[in-house]
Design a protein around this ligand. Sequence first.
Ligand code: GCU
Length: 415
Amino acid sequence: GGIHLAQGQGITVNYDEAKVGTYTLPDPLRLPDGTAVTTARQWEQQARPDVLNLFKEHVYGQMPAKPAGLRFKIRNENKNALNGLATRKQVTIYFTPAADAPSMEVLLYIPNKVQGPVPAFVGLNFYGNQSIHPDKGILLPTRWVNNNPKGVVNNKATEASRGLQASRWPVEELMKQGFALVTAYYGDLEPDHVDGWKTGIRTTLNDELKIKEDEWGAIGAWAWGLSRIMDYLEKDKSINAGQVALTGHSRIGKAALWAAANDNRFALVISNDSGEGGAALARRNYGETIAQINRSFPHWFNPTYKNYNQAPEKMPVDQHMLLALMAPRPLYVNSALEDQWADPRGEFLSALQAEPVYQLYQKKGLGVTEMPPVEKPVGETIGYHIRNGKHDINAYDWQQHIAFAQKHFKKKAKP
Ligand code: GCU
């Protein structure tokens, strides 16, 4: 508990539940004229488009459509990857027809011992595709990467960065369970620093997408890239494009939620420790706040979001409404006990407050109204757990995500 000073920033961070303050959440089931939304049809035709637009206008910015000139190139394919466990494919998605088109590199592992098309987990990574597994066949990124003592030097990924975040990607386990894994480096869309937009798609695709760089933010750019991966998956016959689970940790979890809000081709959505600007309620003054996130990461959101730095209660939305945009698709939200910065309780309450929209579809949510004990997952169509340990995505989290996806896709692995 208690009030802490954010490192070197001179703003106070509250970690005391008694000092969270009182707040009233906007009601997703209330139209602007006060009419109550009582059916799924009314939600889809009247309320939902409005809520999505409010998030565009006040939080994440616009979401441009798929560019007409999008194209794919299979760079290589190895049917005997991971000692025969998987087929590894590397695909470039070019965003325009030009020879030097802006592009992203997609890495796929597809299980060999399962009859396809297979369900897939899709998620962006923080340090390049080579960071997810030591597999020497993975191409290194040539773009700007955040420095890391484990092999990223002068913002270039080196051989030493292979498998840098392997603990976050249980590739072999996914293969055994019959899921494909699909990933791409988030910096292919926009390098994650204040000036990243200058070399990312918010600049290079201005003309193609008919959008100015300040009409969206980095989270929007990352989310947009996730939908382009989906465009590719719809064309890959080894993947069941109707069973794609979108996952993301932390800032990439924020992007995953925003992608799935805009693109209902993602059949299932997972928010791992996404925190402020992700699953966590913004009106709770606990851990990171809008003021904090805009100060540290001014490039992530729409400029309008900064208007709420001192006044989250003035926002016409809160993050439970973002979660409600997933309905009726299965949604899993999880937190970590030592990740108080992300406000675990705020993530739980947000999932709880998304339930009324799921109920319009006769879907059951969490099945509890109080936070469950540590490592006791709860929920039906909305799942939740809080685990011991730090801000991370680990084997425990994946175990729950895989079980959740298996339950909802009703397709157990047949190795
Ligand atoms: C920072 C940031 C969070 C973000 C996290 C991450 O802590 O304040 O909002 O989720 O980085 O991406 O790991």
